[in-house]
Design a protein. Structure first.
Length: 86
């Protein structure tokens, strides 16, 4: 398992539209992808799990990836989050 953290910089955090974009980005990855906000975590392939975390601008999130090419995929997810638009 690989873990990386980032600070959400999108003005609106990860609400409905950015959450949907993020879920679409990871949904075909054959491994496991989780997102953590403090003590709460959720499956990044589920929009309901992502929305339930209440991620706002300035929140530090951790991405956990297990599976094929996990290091590169984890970096790709972090880059995607870093470039989300509000």
């Amino acid at each position: 398992m690989v873990k990386q953290s980032t600070i959400v910089t999108s003005d609106s955090g990860i609400h409905a539209r950015p959450a949907a974009e993020l879920v679409n980005f990871v949904k075909n990855y054959p491994g496991t992808v989780n997102i953590k906000n403090g003590e709460k975590s959720g499956n990044l392939k589920s929009i309901l799990n992502v929305m339930a975390l209440g991620i706002v601008k300035g929140t530090e999130v951790t991405i956990e990836v297990s599976g094929d090419d996990e290091e590169n995929f984890c970096t790709s997810v972090i880059d995607f989050i870093d470039n989300l638009k509000g």
